[in-house]
Design a protein around this ligand. Structure first.
Ligand SMILES: *[C@@H]1O[C@H](CO)[C@@H](O)[C@H](O)[C@H]1NC(C)=O
Ligand SMILES: *[C@@H]1O[C@H](CO)[C@@H](O)[C@H](O)[C@H]1NC(C)=O
Length: 287
C-alpha cells in the first residue's frame, strides 16, 4: 500500500508540474500580444508551429508571406515579426536603421562563428566596418576585379554543369551554386582560388563543408533551448560547431599569414586587387 501511494503521489506531482509549466508557457505566449488588434500584423501561429516545417522552413515561410506580406509568430514573452513589405524593409534597413540593432540575444548566438565581424555587431563597430567595406567596394579597382571574377566563375559554372549534363549525371544544384559563390567570394575577398567547384583542393572543400555546417549549426541555436548547456559541456551539435570553427579559423589564419608574408616581401605590389590585400596595403601605407 505504502509503495503504491508513493508512486501515485510522485506521478501526480510530475503531472501537476507539467501542467503548470504548460499553462505558464501558454500564458507567456498569448498574454499581452494584442492578438486581434488590427493595428498589429496578423498572427500566424506560434514559433513552435514551425517545428513541423523545420526541414523546409524557408519554403513554408515564403508560402505564408505570399498570402500575408507581414505577419507575426508568437513566442514566450515576445513576438517575431516577418515582413516582405518593401516599406517595412526600407524602414528597418534605412530610415530607422539605428532602432533595429541585432541585440545581445542574436550576438550571443552569432559571435562564436562571426566574431566581431559586420554580421554580428551593432553601432560604431558596425559603422566602422561598413564604411571600410563600402569605400573599398566603390573603388574602381575592386569593382573591375570582382566583375571579372564573377564572370570567370559563371563561365566555369556553365562548363561544369554542361559536362555533367552530357554524361547525364544527377547533381545537387544548391551545392553547385554554393561552391561557385564561395569560389568568387574567396577570390574577391582574399585573392585565392578555393577551387571547390572542381573539388580539386582538399583544403578548400574541407573549409567549404565546415563553413556550411557551422552556419546550419548556428541557426539551430535559435530552436535549441539547451545550446548553452551543450556548449558548456562541449557535446552534440555544439561539439561539432566547435570543431568546424576550428577548421575555419585555421584555414583563414593561414591565408592571412601567407598574404602578410607576400606583402612584406612586396611580391604583391602590383596585384592589390582583393579586399584583404587592400586592407593590409592600407595598413602598411599608414604605418
Ligand atoms: C498561416 O498562413 C498560412 C498561409 O496563409 C495559412 O494556410 C495558415 O492557416 C496560417 N496559420 C495560422 C495558424 O493562422
Ligand atoms: C527609435 O529610437 C528613438 C531613440 O531611441 C526613439 O525615440 C524612437 O521612438 C524610436 N522609433 C521607433 C520607430 O522605434
Amino acid at each position: 500500500m505504502g509503495i503504491l501511494f508513493t508512486i501515485f503521489t510522485f506521478t501526480a506531482t510530475v503531472l501537476l508540474l507539467i501542467i503548470i509549466a504548460f499553462l505558464y508557457l501558454t500564458f507567456q505566449i498569448y498574454s499581452g500580444k494584442s492578438i486581434k488588434n488590427p493595428d498589429y500584423p496578423p498572427v500566424n501561429g506560434t514559433i513552435f508551429s514551425r517545428i513541423f516545417y523545420f526541414n523546409r522552413l524557408y519554403d513554408y515561410q515564403t508560402d505564408v508571406a505570399k498570402k500575408q506580406k507581414t505577419f507575426r509568430l508568437l513566442g514566450p514573452g515576445q513576438s517575431e515579426l516577418y515582413t516582405t513589405d518593401i516599406r517595412n524593409i526600407e524602414h528597418v534597413l534605412k530610415t530607422k536603421f539605428d532602432n533595429y540593432t541585432k541585440g545581445k540575444y542574436n550576438q550571443d548566438i552569432a559571435t562564436d562563428l562571426f566574431g566581431n565581424g559586420i554580421f554580428a555587431v551593432d553601432g560604431d563597430k558596425w559603422r566602422q566596418q561598413r564604411k571600410l567595406a563600402s569605400f573599398e567596394f566603390s573603388t574602381r579597382v575592386l569593382r573591375d576585379f570582382s566583375c571579372s571574377v564573377f564572370r570567370r566563375n559563371a563561365a566555369k559554372l556553365v562548363r561544369v554543369i554542361s559536362e555533367m549534363a552530357i554524361v547525364d549525371q544527377i547533381f545537387d544544384m544548391q551545392d553547385t551554386l554554393m561552391r561557385c559563390t564561395l569560389n568568387s567570394i574567396f577570390k574577391v575577398g582574399f585573392g585565392v582560388e578555393l577551387n571547390c567547384l572542381e573539388g580539386s583542393s582538399k583544403e578548400g572543400t574541407e573549409f567549404m563543408k565546415a563553413f556550411d555546417d557551422s552556419n546550419a549549426l548556428v541557426f539551430r541555436r535559435y530552436v535549441d533551448p539547451l545550446w548553452k548547456l551543450k556548449k558548456y559541456f562541449n557535446i552534440g551539435s555544439e561539439a561539432s560547431l566547435k570543431k568546424n570553427i576550428k577548421i575555419i579559423d585555421a584555414f583563414v589564419t593561414n591565408l592571412i599569414r601567407t598574404k602578410r608574408k607576400l606583402l612584406a616581401e612586396e611580391r604583391l605590389c602590383d596585384d592589390k586587387e582583393d579586399i584583404l590585400s587592400r586592407i593590409f596595403g592600407g595598413e602598411q601605407e599608414r604605418s
